[in-house]
Design a protein around this ligand. Sequence first.
Ligand code: SAM
Length: 309
Amino acid sequence: MTNGRMKMMASGYHMPVMLHECIAALMIKPGGTYVDVTFGGGGHSKEILKHLGESGRLCAFDQDPDALRNAIDDERFVLIHQNFRFLKNNLRLHGVKAVDGILADLGVSSHQFDDAQRGFSTRFEAELDMRMDRAGALDAKQVLNTYPEADLHRIFGMYGELHNARTLAKTIAAARLIRPIHTVDGLKEVVKNVVPRGKEHKYHAQLFQALRIEVNGELDALQEFLQQTVAVLKPGGRLVVMSYHSLEDRLVKNFIAKGKFRGEVEKDFYGNEMKPLKSVSRKAIVAGSDEVARNSRARSAKLRIAEKG
Ligand SMILES: C[S@@+](CC[C@H](N)C(=O)[O-])C[C@H]1O[C@@H](n2cnc3c(N)ncnc32)[C@H](O)[C@@H]1O
């Protein structure tokens, strides 16, 4: 058994972040219908079910087949093995037209990080896979070995926020001509001369984040999802989103504040702002120091809450 698997089994699938804050933000009505679009280990879903009465309903989504084994045996619950970018159609397929609250706890689970074979972590030697959906067509090896240098430059700069993205892309493009890059250690070896000394850990984390975002189309999926929430929420319904890096948080923040991802709020003929959602918390909510001490994943979490007007 790999170290990763042993750690995963010792620590459980995933420890939910800001559980109480998320549940309070949803303002759960016992007879309401709710959606948890990032089911993972089901920590948030289990808590939502505790607040629902007999007529309440919870639909959950996860694109990772590993999450399916955590499905909760409860008549009020259904787990949909789909990407949340297809939220609206999947809810309709399950007979759900409008909901009282939607929760999204973005990114990867501890299980995905800690399972060495998935290739998400810089800590373990593994094939560079990084697909959350194991049936996905694109993996990190393909990105590294087939993308034009200019696309690698864009990905490393935008998604990894790496200052030397151009040099990094050039280094990878030159190295793969000699030998394709297949593994975590292979990638680290190729980039070792462009990594600032003493900052290896942070640099590798940013590089892996960039690859993961590209492989899973994370920012596109998030934008498509956010746009559908407006149609799916009932008036007064709550949108609760937890993100773990600034690129995601910026999209969530802008969408809540302006109804769009960039540019200014649009106005109607009479000059009224066209904003489908209203922010409930002025600033993003962050985890308390106690929680961060217990769960390091909580450190970068930002929670934003909105209500449909
Ligand atoms: C941070 S974890 C959620 C953990 C969960 N709240 C819990 O308490 O266990 C994120 C989960 O969402 C899933 N996920 C991420 N992006 C997704 C997407 N676009 N569609 C469906 N599932 C997604 C991942 O596979 C992962 O299991």
